[in-house]
Design a protein around this ligand. Structure first.
Ligand code: ATP
Ligand code: MG
Length: 435
């Protein structure tokens, strides 16, 4: 009996795996450009970590976590996001004391949420994200927002919509919550069950409700901008001015509150709609936080970060045919004609690989046509044919797969010839062969 995938999970294979690798490589290159270093933290953490950071009023902690007791009776949770683990690690390792501030970390890896699966929404998915911790300047917020924007541009997206809002400081939010409670008190009757809970634990959460009828009610709700303290407003304006100065387009969305409890001040999301009109919700999202490090037992350091969903980025790039270099390629495909030739073919393959050429040797006894088809499917640049004549004369027949041009190369000249061929191609295509 075949065993199926758990609901909400997916295999990443073949071209898709190559695309994921490329997406992650571009994200890492962007983060590297801004001076961020990689951090890798465990997939499992103590449940308490997420309750304290993501927050018990969030949907994630309330109903989406994969939580279980391990054999030692500890409550363990599969991370629903990666920021909390990064913050825990910063505190545990006292990085704030030994490293220069801001600490700039990036991460990539799987996250787990028990959600209703749909397009761009999985139960196991991958996030790439960055965190800058330890400077309070709005420049740091702007830098992180711009990093995400540029990374998505480097991936090939144009017309990214940056939605942005401010949640203000604690005083602003407290005033705003009172106003929201007053407003929603008159509407609560007709709203969804979740909103009734949100009303009690954190009325800000109601602005994030995805139920269409509730969204209509949200439209009439008081606006955060009317409850901002002057300092909080100045801070937001400073960030917007920096985005303006660097021509980063944005849309202010006053209902943008984000699903995690730890944010304060600026919050933002990156959106994109494909030419066919596909929209998977936010490709990435983030914001500024003030109490995350101190809530986990560290000093009072604020930070800013975002996370992008690799699955959503992939789906959008694919829909707009923006995925490049995802086909398999090899440099050489060695075709031994018959059992006898395999020994020499195997040797030739080993020699080419030792010289850094990506080489596949056909290890089965197949006819020429079959092997040639395989060479094509492998995306080989050259086929190397070894038959009885070739063994006798210790030469191979090389075939340029693109031009069909054929020529003989002595065993002893093979590497020199490969170097020559790939140098030539480099000049023609301005593309460097990886050595
Ligand atoms: P949404 O409002 O779409 O549920 P979120 O507020 O839960 O998103 P975050 O927790 O901030 O999102 O996660 C950051 C990014 O991770 C999202 O913008 C999205 O690209 C991705 N993401 C979140 N949940 C999922 C999921 N279940 N499957 C795939 N990607 C996800
Ligand atoms: Mg969510």
């Amino acid at each position: 009996m075949e065993i199926n995938l758990p609901k909400g999970t997916h295999d990443v294979i073949l071209d898709e795996a190559r695309a994921y690798d490329r997406i992650e490589t571009v994200f890492k290159a962007a983060a590297d450009l801004y001076g961020f270093n990689e951090m890798r933290t465990p997939v499992i953490e103590h449940t308490e970590l997420f309750v304290r950071s993501v927050g018990d009023s969030s949907d994630i902690v309330r109903k989406e976590m994969y939580t279980f007791k391990d054999k030692g009776d500890r409550s363990i949770t599969l991370r629903p996001e990666l920021t909390a683990g990064i913050m825990r690690s910063i505190v545990n390792n006292k990085l704030y004391a030994t490293q220069d501030l801001p600490l700039k970390a990036y991460y990539v890896g799987p996250a787990f949420r028990y959600e209703r699966p749909q397009l761009g929404r999985y139960r196991q998915f991958n996030q790439f994200g960055v965190e800058a911790v330890g400077v309070t300047s709005p420049y740091s917020d702007a830098e992180v927002i711009m990093l995400g924007f540029n990374a998505l541009k480097m991936l090939g997206f144009e017309d990214i919509t940056l939605k942005i809002n401010t949640l203000g400081d604690e005083a602003s939010r407290n005033n705003y919550r009172v106003a929201l409670k007053e407003y929603f008190a008159h509407h609560l009757e007709g709203m969804c069950e979740d909103c009734k809970v949100r009303y009690e634990v954190n009325p800000l959460r109601i602005l994030d409700c995805k139920v269409p009828e509730d969204q209509k009610i949200v439209e009439g709700a008081p606006k955060m901008s009317n409850y901002l303290s002057p300092e909080a407003k100045d801070r937001f304006d400073a960030i917007l001015a920096l985005l303006d100065a660097f021509s980063v387009p944005y849309e202010i969305d006053e209902n943008l509150v984000r699903g995690l409890d730890y944010y304060s001040h600026v919050v933002f999301e990156y959106h994109y709609t494909t030419k066919k009109g596909v929209n998977v919700g936010a490709m990435g999202a983030g914001g500024h936080y003030d109490n995350l490090i101190s809530d986990l037992g560290g000093p009072a350091l604020s930070g800013v970060g975002f996370a992008c969903g690799i699955e959503r980025v992939y789906a959008l790039l694919k829909d707009d045919e923006l995925l490049v270099d995802t086909k398999e390629t090899t440099d050489f495909y060695v075709m031994p004609m018959g059992e006898e030739a395999l020994q020499d073919g195997f040797m030739v393959g080993a020699a080419l690989r030792a010289a850094g050429y990506r080489t596949e040797v056909c290890l089965e006894n197949k006819n020429f046509k079959t092997m040639f088809k395989r060479a094509e499917r492998k995306g080989s640049r050259f086929a190397i044919i070894i038959g009885d004549d070739e063994i006798k004369t210790e030469t191979v027949t090389m075939k340029n797969m693109a031009t069909q041009e054929q020529f003989k190369v002595a065993y002893g000249d093979l590497i020199a010839k490969a170097d020559e061929l790939f140098d030539l191609e480099d000049e023609e295509h301005h593309h460097h062969h990886e050595e």
